[in-house]
Design a protein around this ligand. Structure first.
Ligand code: 5GP
Length: 214
């Protein structure tokens, strides 16, 4: 009899700018298997060190609008003056292959995903304190004070939406946070609604077997 391969889970990870999502995910991917990271498209300019196709697909506003028109994006949102969106094809392919796909996206996009894909798991990453968040944003040294100010303000607004998420994790230490995130994601596989494909297939196989027994 065939072993049933379940479809992966769709995991949405959000968190204030500077909270350390990138570092935590790096630790997760280095230590665990079975994950796929969805690379977003954006109209924002690359920061130093960012690579096209790795961190983002950096595209023009015209190309982004074409992607919206052609329904190539699972969701998209505008954030601090730029467009960001999740290319659909890669996510579908990896879920079908059984990978847990991680979307690192902001709140508006996350809530759109929840509407479209109710079994998606929404996780919010919080800093241990506001001071630590500010220090991390400053320490990154890639943005002007004005942009940091806008991002802090955005963080305060976003805090109101956190209640709509399923889980939160606090990033006090990147490796420990990654380990907690992994445990959380693995436990989702046991949820009934994430396992419907498996359960239905099992039921069908049982029905076929009972037919043969007669
Ligand atoms: P940053 O400019 O700092 O890389 O990202 C700004 C915000 O946009 C972050 O909160 C990030 O998670 C979010 N973001 C990145 N990609 C996407 C996407 O594809 N869709 C949405 N809705 N937000 C995204």
């Amino acid at each position: 009899m065939s072993t049933v391969k379940t479809r992966g889970s769709l995991i949405v990870l959000s968190g204030f700018a500077g909270v350390g999502k990138g570092t935590v995910l790096k630790s997760l991917f280095e230590t665990q298997e079975g994950y796929a990271y969805s690379v977003s498209a954006t109209t924002r300019q690359p920061r130093p060190g960012e690579v096209d196709g790795v961190h983002y697909f950096f595209v023009s506003k015209e190309r982004f609008e074409e992607m919206i028109r052609d329904d190539e994006l699972l969701e998209h949102a505008s954030y601090v003056g730029n467009y960001y969106g999740t290319p659909r094809a890669y996510v579908e392919q990896k879920l079908d292959e059984g990978f847990d796909v991680i979307l690192e996206i902001e709140v508006q996009g996350a809530l759109k995903i929840k509407e479209k894909v109710p079994e998606a798991v929404l996780i919010y990453m919080l800093p241990p304190s506001a001071d630590i968040l500010y220090e991390r944003l400053k320490g990154r040294g890639t943005e002007t004070d004005e942009v940091i100010g806008r991002r802090m303000k955005k963080a305060a607004q976003e805090a109101e939406s956190v209640e709509q998420y399923d889980y939160m994790v606090v990033n006090d230490d990147a490796d420990e946070c990654a380990a907690r995130l992994h445990a959380l994601i693995r436990s989702q596989r046991q949820r009934i609604r994430s396992s419907l494909t498996f359960i239905r297939k099992l039921a069908k196989e049982l029905a076929n077997m009972s037919e043969k027994e007669r």
